[in-house]
Design a protein around this ligand. Structure first.
Ligand SMILES: Cc1cc2nc3c(=O)[nH]c(=O)nc-3n(C[C@H](O)[C@H](O)[C@H](O)COP(=O)(O)OP(=O)(O)OC[C@H]3O[C@@H](n4cnc5c(N)ncnc54)[C@H](O)[C@@H]3O)c2cc1C
Length: 474
């Protein structure tokens, strides 16, 4: 519970109507999309600043009273990053939601951090330009959340992640100081800009972003192919790659994901197929035409059961429908899930998918896999009913075993969702004690009192195992 004087100070920064403290109002801010695992924590207050200066005022009040501050975009994060695990103040960017301007000549767009990502896509498209990062949540997530998590998406394969498109940031530091980094401010500060991207609210509150755009591709074609098994889909990807083609997207659904989409009313996609592969090609018309032919040959040679092809946006949308529907379908067939976004070398995706199936059998949980096959990024999802005793624990055990396998394959525990609180205990296992210590030192330098999103992304000293602690001390 916050002291009444603190609440008055917060109200003094943003007006009383922009400070929530009633439990009924706070309940919706107790979780993000990771809440489907059953984890919830009530904040003490939710505050809605209407400008960078107001956000700075809110941070200053919290800094003085050493109150945790959890920046929050749309709460679509899959790592409990926006969940207030230590209580405190949720700083919502919901009112900072405007797109401030698009400069066609300079190929850039300037937006407040709470602007919805789909709005950025729409404005860029209307100007004949393109903003490629396209998380599956783009109609709801915020651009600030994307920058904070360094979001990726289907088009990462060809164009890169959010970090590749961030030209500038305005942020509030842990003591309420406002900084402008990158092209919008001091260009020599680009290293500092990189530090903020992907920092998951632990180093600063991002209030504005300046993004790079590229010219829109003049032509696009989409292919959807079904296979009797993941191995054949993976073989098709290898053939496409050997043909020298770099698609804009290479997405997949496994048998469990296709089954969930069917059960949720998505029709009998691909009959009884065990894998769906979606390939999108973009560029100038001649290249797209030639690449489409070559990709069709590769897919057919790999033993596809069915191959469909779209050149019109309406047809393409239909081919993408199952991939776009999968998260909602999973939520329809089971109320809870523990979903991971591990990465392995892409020639090992089929092997990993088979391993998750074995884990599902061992821990008696249904498993769904889908994701960005081109990047080796697998959204391995264990379906649970968190109300049933032991289901969450079994899913956590399965996820732990999955992580061991992934690290053994030379992979990574998160391709795009970030660490948040959900993967905190595995960070050191992947990065090693030296890197974790470097992260801690950067955190301490920028946030000496640990008020910005504590307990997220960066393991704190007390969570370090004793053997590691003694080797570091030595
Ligand atoms: C259906 C679905 C599909 C998804 N598909 C993808 C995908 O394809 N690719 C992908 O990368 N992710 C995906 N995600 C995950 C999620 O949408 C992204 O991580 C997204 O970037 C989070 O944005 P948000 O605005 O919801 O942030 P939130 O969930 O509100 O916050 C996420 C983290 O960022 C911090 N944060 C948010 N805003 C700010 C800010 N302004 N300043 C500082 N820190 C901030 C928070 O403190 C938290 O740590 C998906 C999620 C869902 C539900």
């Amino acid at each position: 519970m916050l002291d009444r004087r603190v609440i008055r100070d917060l109200e003094g920064q943003v007006a009383p109507s922009n400070v929530y403290t009633r439990p009924a109002d706070l309940a919706a801010y107790a979780y993000d999309a990771w809440g489907a695992s059953g984890e919830r924590h009530l904040p003490d207050a939710v505050v809605f600043p209407g400008s960078t200066e107001e956000a700075a005022g809110v941070v200053s009040v919290c800094a003085v009273h050493r109150i945790p501050i959890v920046p929050r975009g749309a709460g679509t994060g899959y790592a409990a990053g926006a969940s207030p695990s230590r209580g405190g103040v949720i700083l919502s960017l919901a009112r900072l939601n405007r797109i401030l301007g698009l400069e066609s000549e300079a190929l850039r767009i300037h937006a407040q951090a709470g602007a919805i990502t789909a709005g950025i896509h729409a404005q860029a498209t209307a100007a004949g330009l393109y903003y490629p990062p396209d998380p599956g949540s783009s109609t709801t997530c915020t651009i600030g959340g994307n920058v904070a998590c360094n979001a990726a998406g289907p088009h990462t394969l060809r164009y890169g992640v959010t970090a590749d498109f961030v030209a500038g940031i305005t942020a509030v530091l842990s003591d309420g100081r406002i900084v402008r980094l990158g092209e919008g401010g001091d260009i020599s500060a680009s290293g500092l800009l990189s530090l903020m991207v992907g920092s998951e609210g632990t180093l600063g509150v991002i209030t504005e972003v300046l993004l790079r755009l590229i010219p829109a591709p003049r032509s696009r074609s989409t292919l959807a192919a079904t296979f009797t098994g993941m191995e054949r889909a993976a073989a098709a990807v290898a053939e496409i790659s050997e043909a020298g083609i770099v698609p804009a997207a290479l997405e997949f659904l496994d048998a469990g994901a296709l089954d969930a989409v069917r059960k949720a009313g998505g029709g009998n996609i691909g009959g009884d197929s065990a894998a769906l592969l979606i390939v999108e090609l973009e560029g100038d018309p001649a290249t797209v035409g030639a690449d489409t032919e070559a990709a069709c040959t590769a897919i057919t040679r790999s033993g596809a059961s069915q191959l469909q092809r779209a050149t019109e946006p309406g047809q393409a949308q239909r081919l993408w429908a199952a991939r776009k529907a999968v998260s909602a379908a999973v939520a329809k067939v089971q109320i809870g899930k523990v979903n991971e976004d591990v990465v392995v070398p892409r020639d090992r995706v089929a092997e990993l998918v088979a391993h998750t199936r074995d884990l599902g059998i061992k821990h008696e949980l249904p498993v769904v896999n889908f994701g960005h096959l081109g990047d080796g990024n697998v959204h391995a999802t264990f379906l649970i009913d968190p109300r049933i005793d032991g289901e969450r624990a079994r899913a956590d055990a399965a996820a732990g075993e999955l992580f061991e396998t992934v690290l053994g394959m030379g992979g990574s525990l998160s391709g795009e969702h970030g660490v948040g609180a959900a993967k905190l205990e595995y960070v050191e296992r992947q990065l090693g004690p030296g890197t974790v210590e470097l992260m801690r030192r950067i955190k301490t330098a920028l946030d000496p009192h640990g008020v910005l999103n504590p307990g997220k992304k960066i393991p704190e000293r007390q969570s370090v195992s004793s053997s590691t602690a003694s080797s570091e001390a030595a």
